[in-house]
Design a protein around this ligand. Structure first.
Ligand SMILES: Cc1ncc(COP(=O)(O)O)c(C=O)c1O
Length: 392
């Protein structure tokens, strides 16, 4: 689909592609163009929609230093999961007090790496993990991760991590007996959760666990971490999800908690997905089974890796208007699974022509490989505050 054939084209959306086209003239393709202004807008919109909730940007979907610096300057906090993510925030001189480490399963060396940086809040979800904190019991504060299954999510993280509310109390008691302070509970309702009531149900069950712990005489917990999962509109690129309305039931659920509670959220996708545009070029083409196959210079081993592991599908655009026909967009490698989509309508493409994709900020660059020596698409950041583009 071409930009000009959109029924209700968003002006800035077209502008994003024109800008990406100009940058591709300079830097080549494939290319990812990261709009730092949009990162700020998304952060501020979620911040306004969740007053009283400390937003820890989860680096996982886009661990890019320019995002970290921009959010740090806005007063944002950070959610880290690996040593590499610790290193990114450390290199950006983020104060460690603004970070939490939320990977439920870590090596002892990972705990030490985060502690050396100064991050001392960690997540656990089993006794085995708890034992790793025994030597640091006076240094660390923990959150116990609960699981709430959500098959509708793009990634149902509760399959892999977290305990049921019924399993929580023995773990809280064990931590207490080891002299380890548990600050509170955390959960992740699943990435790209369309129904905010999934948060509400989880928040209510956490409240029951807080109450059970209180009745069991455990030291008071004061923190509830509602995780990430806030959704993005992928199929209607020019119609944003109204994050304020989306968060209304979540606000209502949190209002039932004591005012002294410290609320945390770990948004990843929502902050960065809409902030990145991708541009790639046609390397070659053929007619197979009567359908045009376009071999692009990026594919499922690159920025479109999400197509393999169930990420929502983005749409494709060109800058010229022409009748569209069904075609296939394939990736550049010699592998047969490297097909971006077999179900798309596009104007006829010429070799070298550019194809644009919006909403490419989350789980794209970070999960790209250089299989077959096709290099990962580099990131160019565009920031009106700096009026400067920079290679990442
Ligand atoms: C612990 C944790 N927090 C936050 C996130 C970010 O989630 P999302 O990108 O859905 O907001 C993830 C993603 O997997 C995660 O594992």
């Amino acid at each position: 689909m071409s930009v000009s054939s959109l029924r209700a084209p968003a002006h800035s959306f077209t502008e994003q592609f024109v800008q990406a086209d100009q940058l591709a003239n300079q830097y080549g393709t494939p290319l990812l163009v990261l709009d730092i202004d949009r990162v700020r807008e998304n952060y501020l919109a979620l911040h306004a929609a969740l007053p009283g909730v400390t937003l820890h940007y989860a680096l996982k979907p886009l661990p890019h230093a320019d995002v970290v610096r921009a959010l740090d300057a806005l007063g944002g906090s950070f959610d880290l999961a690996t040593n590499g993510e610790v290193d990114v925030v450390a290199q950006c001189a983020v104060p460690a007090s603004k970070t939490i480490h939320t990977h439920p399963v870590k090596r002892v060396a990972d705990i030490e790496h985060a502690l050396a940086y100064g991050c001392n809040t960690f997540v656990f979800d089993c006794a085995n993990e708890l034992h790793k904190f025994a030597p640091y019991n006076h240094e660390v504060e923990l959150l116990l991760r609960l699981s709430f299954l959500n098959e509708d999510a793009a990634a149902d993280l509760s399959k892999k991590f977290g305990v049921t509310p019924a399993q929580a109390l023995p773990l809280l008691q064990q931590a207490h007996s080891m002299g380890i302070r548990v600050r509170g509970l955390s959960f992740h309702v699943g990435s790209q959760t369309r129904d905010p009531h999934k948060y509400v149900a989880a928040i209510e069950q956490c409240k029951e666990v807080f109450e059970l712990a209180r009745r069991a005489g455990l030291p008071a917990m004061n923190t509830l971490d509602i995780g990430g999962g806030f959704p993005v509109s992928y199929q209607n690129d020019n119609i944003d999800i109204d994050i304020d309305s989306y968060c209304a039931p979540i606000r209502e659920a949190l209002a039932q908690w004591p005012q002294t509670t410290h609320f945390i959220a770990e948004p990843g996708r929502y902050i960065v997905a809409s902030a990145m545009v991708h541009v790639m070029s046609v390397m070659g083409q053929s007619l197979r089974g009567g359908k045009p196959w376009y071999y692009m210079d990026d594919g499922v081993y690159g920025a479109f890796s999400g197509r393999v592991y169930g990420e929502p599908a983005q749409r494709f655009y060109t800058l010229h208007q022409a009748p569209e026909q069904p075609c296939v967009l394939a990736g550049p490698t010699c592998d047969s699974i490297d097909v971006i989509t077999e179900h798309v309508n596009m104007a006829q493409l010429q070799d070298g022509e550019r194809v644009f994709t919006a909403n490419m900020g989350a789980y794209t660059w970070t999960t790209s490989t250089d299989f077959n020596f096709f290099a990962k698409a580099p990131v160019i950041s565009v920031d009106s505050a700096l009026s400067m583009a920079q290679l990442g």
